[in-house]
Design a binder for this molecule. Sequence first.
Ligand code: ZN
Length: 195
Amino acid sequence: MPTPLDDLLAHTRALWIGTPSLADFTPFPDDLVPTTQSSSPAPAAQKIMDWQAAPNPITGALHTAVQKAAHLVNWQFIYTEAEVGRHFLDNYAYFELIGPTGHFHSAQCNAYIGYWGPHLYYPAHHHASEELYFVLSGEALFESDGDAAATLGPTEHRRHASHQPHAMTTKDSAILTLVLWRGPDLGGSSQLVTA
Ligand code: ZN
């Protein structure tokens, strides 16, 4: 009997291999090994489970699979309250589905699911790995150094180069994203840009 995490991986794989913006960025990994990551809570998990997003024929199945697995995943917090504030931490959450510390281990790439609630500002940050944001539901304004800002919705994507600072702002809608990283430094973390 497949678990909600197995279903989540299957829906992620189906979207990934069928979507050129994802598959061209990095192939779906072929070295996956399930891990024994335990679950950890996030204040925003219930908000994800309660979010009835407008159905999208391409991303809707993955949105639902995330909701069904939201109580089982290892939600992570890389920023402190001093850095981003309590409101941000209560309305944002992400977990590593695939990667060095993910629910499915891979050394080839990382795949995260990330959620930001309405009216949030994710300050500029950067990391060594190259990144692709793919919007599953909702929308946000994406800003990155050297590129024109853009508001992106379901099935739209945006790339960030290694150490290119980028920020994101939500308005009335939340956003749910699939975020892919490719080398170098897949085990690395994000650094906020400090003034
Ligand atoms: Zn990033």
